[in-house]
Ligand binder design. Structure first.
Ligand code: GMT
Length: 368
């Protein structure tokens, strides 16, 4: 098939999933056209059957806000015509599904179906905002196919937006050949890792507070990968709690599959996670996640078996779990093996990409 994919190309889980999906589809022989404002991260130029079409947004003195949504719609329609795309698949509802809807209307001589994948904050935060609620609901309803990444997200979308159409749950996936355990990388000090875009919803300061508790018993280090508005306050807190020597802020990272296997535990203390892709990537690497019991995380983690889930803000319990993992080698090894097994048996790319392919075939057939 010839598939157009649109996502937020910079750092963020939805863009990562969209990019990995495009790469996997291309591996399986499909022709994939990314239509975005920048080359997606994790996408190496020159990958066979992958094409990138940049959306240029020109400014004009009248525009206080340049209309990216319209430039994107124009580019989608143009690429769809020129490349004879079978469908568009947009990730993150706003504004991508609105642009796809417009592009579909612009194609006159045939039908161009589009699929919207809902990832999290597009529903829980942005879409819930009064100014975006009606257009979000409209564009989801107009989609020819709707998918989301966890049962929680499906329920939330139905309850909050009253969507009548079928919503397919296709969980996030991981390439288990790329993300794999590397015991030799774990040499040296005990290591906790956090990976996120450092937005308030990630509660990164809880990582620092829990780590300060862990440090009372274990000579561990904390690796903070990613960047965003909460990085400064987290750095200040590390200084305030006297643990700054043991906390490393790496900034944005492109190849987390090389980084994660170095850790002995992953800490994800988010307020809300629609799924928790970083936890899945860690599990595939045999790194046990300590997360919060929130949103779609229970779709992924079985508490006490392949990871731990504690209440949001319960730093004491989170620190206790992290300490257990760093000090009890048999527990860590048992849970690491179970985490890897969960990733391989339930969330491997080979299991989940065919679900997208089946949906593509279905919406194209329905479009005639
Ligand atoms: O918050 C992020 O990590 C970014 C955000 C996004 O939409 O780009 O991620 C969401 O999508 C990921 C991939 O499907 C999910 O694994 C994350 O749980 C979800 N984030 C939130 O719900 C906060």
């Amino acid at each position: 098939m010839r598939i157009g994919i649109t996502c937020y190309p910079t750092y963020g889980g939805s863009g990562i999933v969209a990019t990995e999906l495009g790469l996997e589809l291309a591996n399986r022989g499909h022709e994939v056209h990314f239509i975005t404002y920048a080359n997606p991260i994790r996408l190496d130029p020159g990958t066979p059957r992958i094409h990138y079409h940049e959306v240029e947004v020109s400014n004009y003195p009248l525009f206080q806000y340049p209309p990216y949504c319209l430039a994107l719609a124009s580019r989608m329609a143009e690429v769809a015509e020129r490349q004879n795309l079978d469908l568009l698949h947009v990730h993150y509802a706003i504004p991508h599904s609105v642009s796809a809807f417009l592009a579909k209307q612009m194609i006159v001589n045939r039908r161009l179906p589009f699929i919207t994948t809902l990832h999290g904050t597009d529903i829980t935060l942005v879409g819930a905002d009064r100014s975006y609620f009606p257009i979000t609901r409209f564009s989801i309803e107009q989609s020819d196919g709707i998918t989301t990444i966890s049962d929680y997200m499906k329920q939330r979308t139905v309850e909050f937006f009253g969507i009548q159409k079928q919503i397919h749950v296709i969980h996030n996936f991981v390439n288990c050949s790329l993300y794999r355990p590397q015991p030799e990388a774990q040499a040296g000090r005990r290591r906790i890792m956090h990976i996120s875009n450092f937005r308030p919803v990630k509660r990164v300061q809880d990582c620092i507070r829990a780590f300060a508790e862990v440090r009372r018993q274990v000579d561990a280090e904390l690796i903070m990968a990613g960047d965003g508005p909460e990085r400064g306050p987290a750095e200040a807190l590390a200084r305030e709690l006297g643990v700054e020597e043991a906390v490393v802020f790496l900034g944005k990272q492109d190849h987390v599959e090389r980084l994660i296997p170095k850790a002995h535990a992953l800490h994800l203390p988010s307020e809300l996670e629609a799924f928790g892709l970083a936890a899945l990537e860690a599990m595939a690497c045999g790194v046990v996640p300590v997360s919060t019991r929130t949103g779609g995380v229970p779709d992924l983690i079985t508490h006490g078996h392949d990871g731990f889930m504690e209440d949001v803000g319960d730093i004491e319990s989170q620190a206790r779990r992290l300490t257990e993992l760093l000090t009890d080698e048999r527990l860590r090894e048992r849970m690491a093996a179970a985490a890897r097994q969960t990733a391989v048996e339930r969330f491997a790319t080979e299991l989940l990409i065919p679900k997208y392919e089946a949906l593509y075939a279905q919406v194209c057939e329905e479009a005639g």
